[in-house]
Design a binder for this molecule. Structure first.
Ligand code: AMP
Ligand code: AMP
Length: 337
């Protein structure tokens, strides 16, 4: 029996509430690891059964040492990459939901591009040489998180001026795709070998999503630069005739990962971050290979999860369900690294 004997744990940030609510609804014990200043906040939620305090999220050893119970599963989310680093994630010995091999392919921008290209996903052009650039472009520093550390350039003069102030020599120059952003949340189950579209969101980014609120005449002379710092998310549904391609893209990404990576490829939750152009083409600007914060909109399920489940199914709950089924079928090694 799952109840009481297994625990689902995560770090107190990003999508922890969704993950632990889902774990509780599936009958698991729940454990939160967080910093002292957040304990009081997380104590407000009765589905969190135990809270452990750590001084910060940067040290995998401290986190690992706090978890003594061997029947604990750690669920990674966006803060794991942002604070623990790839090496920290890889070193954690607590059973970890997901294939750690994927981290290499996700965090190395060139490897990620090769993977998506092989999966026949449209990608924005990338320019190695300033002489070759077609404008407009977005310039992204390595390791930037949540849209911080990016700039937009409309032409060469603009690019050269902004480069002078950029302060890093590790960046990529990418074609700026003009269209609508759609972040598609998938879940691939190695147990059923099926892909599910769980939900979709768009990021709400400051200040780029607010520029349209001031007419051009009101902006003239203000020297406003678009920035892409995420501050929230809103739900979306996709034009239905685009859904088959959205689904097929997810299937191709999973199938390709199984060919090129060890350990069973990509499984569990992932997100293709896309921009859709007026000719109804998807361009992927990034892949996130774990639960993304945009799924927090759908604690009670989404229109898409409702098509598959006759009960509220968040991505957090879907993870717990997968672990429960793996325990019951004696297949934990397929989903734990
Ligand atoms: P945090 O735990 O808020 O420090 O965030 C950890 C990582 O997840 C950072 O890279 C954030 O930019 C990203 N992130 C946090 N919240 C959101 C959100 N609501 N939408 C998209 N990304 C987010
Ligand atoms: P990312 O961190 O790659 O998800 O990008 C953060 C935000 O920058 C996205 O949500 C978009 O608003 C914007 N962005 C990134 N890459 C592109 C691109 N190639 N074309 C247009 N917008 C982009």
């Amino acid at each position: 029996m799952v109840r009481q004997s297994y625990t689902i744990a995560t770090l107190g940030s990003h999508s922890a509430l969704q993950i632990l609510k889902g774990a509780h609804d599936e009958g698991f014990n729940t454990l939160l690891i967080t910093t002292p200043n957040r304990i009081h906040f997380y104590e407000q939620f009765p589905f969190i059964k135990k809270i452990i305090s750590v001084p910060n999220f940067f040290d995998y050893k401290i986190i690992e040492n706090k978890i003594k119970d061997k029947k604990t599963f750690l669920i990674p989310h966006g803060s794991f990459n942002a604070y623990l680093s790839v090496e920290g994630n890889k070193k954690i010995k607590i059973p970890y939901f997901g294939n750690k091999q994927v981290l290499e392919w996700e965090t190395d921008r060139q490897k990620q591009r090769n993977w998506l290209k092989e999966a026949d996903i449209n990608l924005p052009r990338q320019f190695a040489d300033v002489e070759d650039i077609y404008y407009p472009v977005i310039v992204k520093s390595y390791g930037a998180a949540g849209g911080k550390g990016y700039f937009y350039a409309k032409n060469r003069k603009d690019f050269e001026n902004k480069m002078k102030k950029f302060g890093t020599d590790q960046f990529v120059i990418q074609e700026y795709i003009i269209g609508n952003t759609f972040y598609i949340h998938y879940f691939y189950s190695p147990l059923t070998k099926k892909l599910e579209i769980m939900s979709m969101d768009r990021r709400y980014e400051s200040n780029v999503d607010s520029l349209g609120r001031i007419p051009l005449t009101g902006q003239e002379g203000l020297k406003i630069e678009p920035s892409y710092v995420v501050v929230g998310n809103s739900p979306l549904s996709l034009r239905e005739s685009l859904l088959p391609e959205a689904f097929a893209m997810g299937e191709r990404v999973v199938a390709t990962s199984q060919k090129i990576m060890k350990g069973g490829g990509l499984y569990g939750p992932f997100c293709l971050e896309t921009v859709i152009t007026p000719d109804q083409k998807f361009y992927s600007i990034e892949i996130s290979c774990r639960i993304v914060a945009g799924t927090n909109l759908f604690l009670n399920g989404s229109p898409y999860s409702w098509l598959i489940y006759d009960e509220p199914m968040s991505t957090g709950r879907r993870i717990a369900r997968e672990i429960k089924q793996a325990i019951n079928q004696n297949k934990l090694s397929m989903i734990i690294d």
